[in-house]
Design a protein around this ligand. Structure first.
Ligand code: AP5
Length: 210
């Protein structure tokens, strides 16, 4: 059985794409590319791309397709394996991705709106290693420090109630159509994002093993 290597993780904000992508990358050795993380690095560096993207991100709107496609294209062209987390987010992005590389599987992690809001309001992230915590579901022993590396834990600027709600609405309008897009191409596999993280990982591993 050949493992599936070109993987997209799809789902609403807070569904657990980043959590699962990190676990999956550790188990498979595949490259993990998160457009959200890449954009936050650009913002932190104060690059021209980061400066343009920041306003969209702070409001919870999508960064324009041309900027995102330009950012991701070089990173995946010629790669034989990857886990894409947070990309594509629009039909135009999915069409552009199809011109760059074929995919093996699209894992759609589902989660209801109320649960999205609950999870994201209580998310904390390590500034140094990027480990993701949750004050309700996966609390760190020390609310200020990462248990893995001792780095500072912080709350993302876009994890404020009003912004979270807008992010969910933007997802429903612009990203949810990708479920039908990939369903029609026979690539979509559904996963229940409300289950415990370890259980989801086992399901995802089964899917990517083909
Ligand atoms: P991005 O960083 O991609 O944000 P997102 O898609 O909104 O996803 P999140 O990172 O919020 O959630 P996640 O699904 O990764 O969940 P996580 O694992 O952290 O994008 C940010 C912004 O950048 C966008 O709003 C946009 O402006 C821009 N952007 C990015 N990509 C773009 C693109 N392609 N096009 C245009 N613009 C783009 O988990 C969430 C919480 O839940 C954590 O606290 C975690 O510990 C907890 N948790 C995870 N799994 C479980 C579980 N099974 N049970 C209980 N708790 C769990």
């Amino acid at each position: 059985m050949t493992p599936l290597k070109r993987i997209v993780l799809l789902g609403p904000p807070g569904a657990g794409k980043g959590t699962q992508a990190k676990l999956l990358a550790a188990r498979t050795g595949l490259l993990h590319l998160s457009t959200g993380d890449l954009l936050r690095e650009e913002v932190a560096r104060g690059s021209p791309l980061g400066t343009r993207a920041k306003g969209y991100m702070d409001r919870g709107d999508l960064v324009p397709d041309d900027l995102i496609i330009g950012m991701i294209r070089e990173r995946i062209a010629q790669k034989s394996g990857f886990i894409l987390d947070g990309f594509p987010r629009t039909v135009a992005q999915a069409e552009a991705l199809a011109r760059i590389t074929p995919l093996d599987v699209v894992v759609n992690i589902g989660l209801a709106r109320e649960e999205v809001i609950r999870r994201l309001s209580s998310r904390r992230v390590c500034r140094s290693c990027g480990r993701i915590y949750n004050l309700l579901f996966d609390p760190p022993p020390d609310a200020q420090r990462c248990a893995a590396c001792g780095g500072e834990l912080f709350q993302r600027d876009d994890d404020q109630a009003k912004v979270i709600e807008n992010r969910y609405d933007v997802y429903a309008e612009l990203t949810a159509p990708l479920v039908a897009f990939y369903g029609a191409r026979g690539l979509l596999r559904d996963v229940d994002g409300s289950r415990p993280s370890a259980e989801i990982l086992e399901r995802v591993l089964t899917l990517v093993r083909g």
